[in-house]
Write a protein that binds this ligand. Sequence first.
Ligand code: CAA
Length: 259
Amino acid sequence: MTYKNLLLKKEGNVSILSINREKALNALNSEVLDELSCAIDELSEDKNTYVVVLTGEGRSFVAGADIGEMSSLNAEEARTFAKKGLDTFRKLELMEKPVIAAVNGFALGGGCELSLACDIRLASSKAKFGQPETGLGITPGFAGTQRLPRLVGTGLAKELIYTAKTIGADEALRIGLVNAVYEPEALMEEALKLANEIASKGQLAVRYAKAAINHGVETDLDTGMEVERNVFGLCFATEDQKEGMKAFLEKRPAEFKCK
Ligand code: CAA
């Protein structure tokens, strides 16, 4: 499928999805959100895609939800717009395949929230993060009040959201908002290296692990451990488990087939 506001490139078992609305610093309007939702479906169904790298074209990852589109919304329309972003990001978060955000520039408001819905965040040293919404007289609307405190802790999330301040990549690394920071020209190479490393492992195991972690962080420990026990058991019904263990015992690299 071709998109007006997205670029989709496939390199082996890794797909690179890039938000391509440079004139508005990749701000998310309804059209971009709809396309993003379709692209997530496409990538979910694509048997050859094991890992997704999400990034932005130009100097921005995503500079937030589209302020022009939001400016004239009434309360009910704003709730509907928020639902579109919330549902799309939730779909991304619950996608079976891992998603790495390669944050190349501004990740503000809805852009920061989009990165939070990804499994892993890598940043360019030029990246800027923040939830500037209170400066616009609104709250975050694409789950920033929910995912940011879960990732960096309540105190830091409250400070970022109440002050609307922007932080650089090093500060984002210090507070655990990103996993690593790279020079801008090295970011995509490093993101692909990580994606390919993940893609070389047993994919069903990676997907079960993602599901167990996502489930576990939203429930109590005993329920989470039961989920882990179940996915652990499911692994033993896969060819990947047989191949992975056989390869270890035969002292050779495993050849996983995602079966
Ligand atoms: N929505 C719509 N357009 C945006 C935008 C956004 N979020 N962010 C940037 N743009 C547009 C600008 O209007 C400008 O368009 P024109 O050239 O037509 O004037 C273009 O992108 C370039 O932006 P700037 O000229 O402002 O570039 P800059 O380098 O001077 O500043 C910036 C960059 C600091 C990111 C600044 O653009 C900015 O502050 N953007 C808004 C960031 C923001 O507040 N995001 C949160 C939105 S609210 C939200 O996301 C709510 C939610 O959770 C759902």
